[in-house]
Write a protein that binds this ligand. Sequence first.
Ligand code: NAP
Ligand code: ZN
Length: 351
Amino acid sequence: MTTTTPALIADSASSGFRHGTIEQRDLRPDDVRIDVAYAGICHSDIHTVREEWGTAHFPLVTGHEIAGTVAAVGDAVTKYKVGDRVGVGCLVDSCGECEMCRDDHENFCTKGSVGTYNDQGYDGEWTTGGYAQQVVASERFVLGIPEGIELSQAAPLLCAGITTYTPLVRWGAGPGKKVAVVGMGGLGHMGVKIAVALGAEVTVLSQTLSKEEDGRAFGATDYRATSDEQTFKDLRGQFDLILCTVSADLPVDKYLRLLKTFGTFVMVGLPENPQALHFGSLIMGDKVMTGSNIGGIKGTQEMLDFCAEHGIGATVEVISADEVGDAYDKVVGSKVRYRYVIDTSTITPAA
Ligand code: NAP
Ligand code: ZN
């Protein structure tokens, strides 16, 4: 049995989105049905639907930054009740039994975690994301959104928030540490806000100075343009930690030179192409280069609570369903300030 819900559907990598309806499973005992209020547009949605990361499964409904309220719960659900403010991020299932799941790293489930969209659940059904009026997920993957955060500003935390929070905490962003955030889009602006809230001294490295005022308002104490070669001379050897959110090709060695000895460069951006690296950039100064993938469910709840405690939400621009195509182009052109969030009430059942 299934239930029908209006959604924005892509039929191919080049089709854009159309209004339509999709089928969602009726509630299993541990399922929560969510009335989606807002769905953030993550650059990963764009990489996926445009098949920059490989073949996608169409028809496709993207969206893994989902915020709304509980519409219904299955018989065995204990964590949530109808009306609760909740969110869903990038994951909707994992085995729950392996070492990774037991250690709250569901994102690295050895059986394979199930992505919110463009993935097959353990039942073989393809998953569909948050550009829809409802989503269904097991309560294990549903997060509570604290009262202090507006739903529209909370939605992007479910991916951009946790993806920046995880490495900042893991690699010690805090008092006495100098952190650079490279790229100030959806992830980057959350990286700045969270690193500042953790107590670090934050510099933004952006292509131009056009967003400097915003970066400083988010709490950065320095803001430099990477289009200016002088930036790389001035900041050589300055940072304990660099969090890179860039979605495009990057001269990696230049950025590694900005680290202090023993410093760490964390990549969260996932550009389409492989990038070149000169190992000397790591060897000279015992530097660490690593990646980071979203985070587990426990960490995501911790991040939401941290953001509420520190009065942090995403800086968003709420758009209607018909503006999604235009918004995608603006994100790719680095024109987003700083996350587009779809008001899902503007999705209609048919074109
Ligand atoms: P976004 O809003 O488009 O931000 C990316 C930023 O990168 C832009 O705002 C821009 O910053 C910078 N940038 C873009 N093109 C550039 C270029 N040619 N040269 C230098 N800088 C450039 O995207 P997002 O949603 O934050 O996502 C960023 C990346 O992270 C994407 O690749 C996405 O798929 C990936 N991601 C990874 C994870 C994970 O788990 N690791 C999770 C979510 C997303 P400035 O305008 O400030 O220069
Ligand atoms: Zn994302």
